[in-house]
Design a protein around this ligand. Structure first.
Ligand SMILES: Nc1nc2c(ncn2[C@@H]2O[C@H](COP(=O)(O)OP(=O)(O)OP(=O)(O)O)[C@@H](O)[C@H]2O)c(=O)[nH]1
Ligand SMILES: [Mg+2]
Length: 317
């Protein structure tokens, strides 16, 4: 995606004051946004021009600055130079992309002892123009991963106030969704619902790259396994496949803490699936239902405990 931006500056008006400065253009992080989707289709931005100078030596009004809002985690690159200008990591982080031009000087500056009312004035300078590329790597405490249709979006909608699209077909989620999960009075964590991953995702199959880059900045994974997939695939095989795709994409991903969860616990095969996975992986596997609420309170507690533990380790280092 590229953004061009121009800000022209008004010139000083005849018999008037100076022209106003042109507005500048900023890109600013807003944590209420979960994706760059709101920018698609809009490629050129222009901040407001300064107004011409007015009579009685009045300086023209400066143009308003324009902010383009993006989610925290957005990387801004200069399109022509190729390097990263800034990563907007936190709420309110901002980068000046293009400075507005300076207003021109009005007639008064050209007055002399012989010419008290000159018609002469100066043009304002044009604003900067810059093309940038935006890339988003979401920052979240927890990433929900799994095959398409595993119930990731349903779980996010149940745990937070996010309202992702949910449907009984694969690839319902095309862009990650974020939601904050409240734990007690003063603590919350952010969960990202990542679009479903399939075999070959590490090589770009099914927009795999597009989806996998979002898991890079999550601290903990909840790996959701559907007990009886509609496509007849084996749940344990599905689990392994997702792990393998992550490993091939970035080997460090499989070392990150992962909670394995069998979803849709009210379905007949769910318990058996949990037991089998338990045995295969030799680690605890949880059973939940985002529909009945079964196991959700325990899951939240466990995630919260894990995150706190990691905070302590981070402080220690
Ligand atoms: N019975 C039951 N159905 C569920 C549960 N959770 C999700 N579903 C159903 O499973 C289907 C898929 O749910 P989604 O939440 O859209 O799945 P997803 O993992 O986000 O799917 P993608 O976005 O396509 O990757 C929907 O029909 C949900 O209603 C559950 O706990 N129990
Ligand atoms: Mg989904």
């Amino acid at each position: 995606m590229s953004f061009r931006r121009e800000a022209h500056v008004a010139r000083g008006g005849p018999d008037g004051g100076d022209g106003g400065n042109g507005g500048s253009l900023f890109i600013t992080a807003d944590q209420n946004l979960g994706s760059l989707v709101n920018l698609t289709g809009h490629r050129h931005w222009k901040a407001e021009s300064g107004r011409p100078g007015e009579g009685k030596l009045k300086t023209g009004k400066s143009g308003q600055d324009t902010h383009i809002y993006v989610p925290p985690g957005t990387i801004i690159r200069d399109k022509n130079l190729g390097f990263v200008l800034k990563e907007l990591l936190h709420q309110g982080d901002s980068l000046l992309i293009a400075q507005g031009g300076k207003g021109g000087r009005g007639n008064k500056h050209f007055a002399t002892s012989t010419d008290r009312a000159p018609r002469q004035f100066e043009e304002g300078t044009p604003g900067e123009v810059r093309e940038v590329l935006l890339e988003l790597k979401l920052i979240a405490d927890v990433g929900l991963i799994g095959k398409p249709n595993a119930g990731k979006s349903t779980l996010l909608s149940r745990l937070s106030r996010a309202t992702p699209e949910i449907a009984d077909y694969p690839f319902t989620t095309k862009y990650p969704n974020l939601g904050a999960v409240r734990v007690g009075y003063d603590h919350d964590f952010v969960v990202a619902d990542i679009p479903g991953l399939i075999e070959g995702a590490h090589a770009g199959v099914g927009l795999g790259h597009e989806f996998l880059r979002h898991v890079q900045r999550t601290r903990v994974f909840i790996h959701l396994v559907e007990p009886s997939p509609m496509d007849g695939t084996d749940p344990i095989e599905n689990y392994r496949q997702i792990r393998e795709e992550m490993r091939l994409y970035d080997p460090s991903l499989v070392d990150r803490p992962e909670l394995v969860v069998v979803t849709k616990s009210e379905l007949p095969d769910a318990e058996a699936c949990r037991d089998l996975l338990n045995e295969e992986l030799d680690k605890p596997v949880r059973l939940i239902s985002a529909v009945t609420g079964d196991g959700l309170a325990e899951l939240i507690k466990e995630v919260s405990r894990l995150l706190r533990e990691m905070d302590q380790v981070d402080e220690f280092h």
